[in-house]
Write a new protein. Structure first.
Lengths: 351, 351
């Protein structure tokens, strides 16, 4: 098999600390299973923006398009407004490459303490399937009377049948390989144009999967259920914003959001997919070498799975499990004192 | 003092079971403190809608407008689309009466088990101040190509300077009586027109309260902090949708959302305010007489506070505390077997 061409974008803050650990583990598993990579590093970040006024060069998307996958750390830094950094890099990549599924596993591991009382591994184990290209994240809208007493801001949320159907289909197909149970996150009682439409499409999609268990909850009570009844869920399908919320809340219930990975996928593989941890650049702990690299490492595992290496994916997951449950190194978020690289090394060695 | 004119709308499902308990406690505290009421009952509900095609009569708002306050149970029932029931009753009342603050306390009581490990009363004790008249809940937008392959739905979120400023001001003034700490819920990295505007207004409002502690979090990580660090919060100010989510999630971390009250307030008292529990009509447990009436009873306390009876409010809160921490009756959501009326009676007697 030819080498996989991987674009590597460490980004900002702890992104630059966890990406090397991710690469370390990719190397280890590559040696074991005979997988070759060709890595290209990009320095696209807030620093670059401060120097040049742009996050990526004009032909940035074109430069990435020759790759099989994108391995991203985190973007964003104090001093650069978040909407500038994110709409300058992360969101255009998701959209230009039609990465319409943002897949985010939520799982409680043995050896990690959940903030929920008495929850055991196995009781929290589900996927959030987040729509990633439309919905509440839109560039439509703007300001009226800016700077005056009558200032106002309007923003349009856009849901299309094509956009909703394809992410729901992905969710059902994922559930087919798991518990055949799909939960829809809605808010059709308050958000009266887009969310009733979302519900209609869910009703329609259910018909193609007649033996599945399905349910739906309004986003407000759904967040409550994530805390009170995490064992109710198998696959949760959600809009861009609701999926964003649920995929931070879910990992928080598993003890640390630092272990949560994500796959921004173009399932048809027409364009490169992008793999990144759920956490951000974490300015508060950046530069200390104490952040947890598991979210990045697990994102690497998802990348290998997407590229067809199921066994390599599984080997990384087993290594993560073993290190977490054994007396292995623990970073501060896990209650220990280990360094980022200690945890990365331990996982690489376990492989 | 003249009798307070209270409009009572039990609504649907458990709304009709908890409202009588709320009235029972209002009566008890009224006898104790010499407060008189004049209650008018309205049968506005999904049942009425099924019979007549409307939730409230054409002059419904006018009928309510002569009252000092509205005491609402819950609205919504299977068979009536949620957006029809809520936009037919609850949301018009909030808007026509300019109830622009939705105030929702979150508090862990002694005697109630939190789903969070090792959290003690005192560690969860904050207010969500929710914008209640604009934002993500809007009637602007609609469908295009309905029913075709190219079907799409658009909805406009609207934030105005007046709307944002007044709810933020309320939040700061509330915090002035508490810990002088205000947290803003935002998502200015993803929602690029309205949320950066929200942030701008927060920056501006801070200037009028120079000795306050302030912070802001994106809604995704904020939900994680509600679970991992509930002790970080004092007053959280949020948009209509974000406030809706946070005020279900917060109470879930205190053991049961059934105890959570809310006050839909027009702080200037130009129009009647409305008091209702955070929970809905709960079709799954309705009709069994086992639902927890504390959310409704506490909403009654907030109503009395708004009407100027601080001591009556406090007496109800003390009674709720005592019954919860003592060996008093517990409904199933609290881990007991008591009936709705057992709990209502116990609180009324404690007063
Ligand atoms: C029923 C629904 C429209 C309502 C809301 O979202 O405002 C409810 O969830 C609430 O919190 O009062
Ligand atoms: C940084 C931000 C724009 C982004 C999002 O909201 O999509 C992040 O929270 C995520 O979940 O990937």
């Amino acid at each position: 098999m030819a080498a996989h061409k991987i674009a590597v974008i460490p980004g900002d803050g702890i992104g630059t600390e966890v990406v090397p650990e991710g690469l370390k583990v990719l190397d280890a598993v590559g040696r074991k299973f005979g997988i070759d990579y060709e890595f290209t590093h990009f320095d696209w970040s807030c620093e670059r923006y401060k120097d040049t006024g742009e996050f990526m060069p004009k032909d940035g998307i074109e430069q990435l398009s020759g790759h099989d996958a994108i391995f991203l750390g985190a973007v964003g830094w104090p001093g650069v407004p978040d909407h500038v950094s994110l709409w300058g890099l992360l969101i255009p990549i998701r959209r230009e490459f039609d990465q319409y599924v943002n897949l985010r596993p939520v799982r409680l591991f043995e050896g990690v303490r959940s903030p929920l009382a008495d929850r055991k591994p196995g009781e929290i184990d589900y996927y959030v399937v987040r729509e990633n290209c439309e919905g509440e994240y839109s560039a439509m809208g703007g300001r009226h009377n800016r700077g005056t007493e009558h200032d106002m801001a309007i923003q349009e949320t856009v849901f299309t049948r094509r956009g909703v159907d394809r992410v729901m289909k992905f969710a059902f197909e994922l559930a087919a390989k798991r518990g055949k149970h799909v939960t829809s996150a809605t808010k059709s009682n308050g958000i009266i144009h887009t969310m009733p439409f979302w519900d209609e499409r869910f009703e329609e999609m259910k018909k193609s999967f007649p033996d599945f268990k399905t349910d739906q909850f309004h986003i407000d009570i759904l967040t409550a259920h994530f805390v009170q009844h995490p064992d109710w869920f198998d696959v949760v399908v959600a809009s861009n914003l609701f999926g964003d919320i649920l995929s931070d809340l879910g990992p928080a219930t598993t003890g640390t959001i630092a272990i949560a990975p994500s796959a921004n996928m173009n399932p048809e593989r027409k364009y490169p997919s992008m793999f990144e941890p759920v956490h951000g650049s974490a300015p508060d702990i950046a530069g200390k070498g104490i952040c947890n690299p598991i979210g990045q490492i697990w994102s690497g595992a998802m990348m290998l799975q997407h590229l067809g290496h199921q066994e390599a994916h599984d080997a990384i997951l087993v290594a993560i499990e073993e290190v977490l449950k054994g007396g292995g190194p623990k970073t501060p978020d896990l209650g220990g004192q280990a360094k980022t690289s200690d945890l990365g090394n331990a996982i690489a060695e376990a492989i």
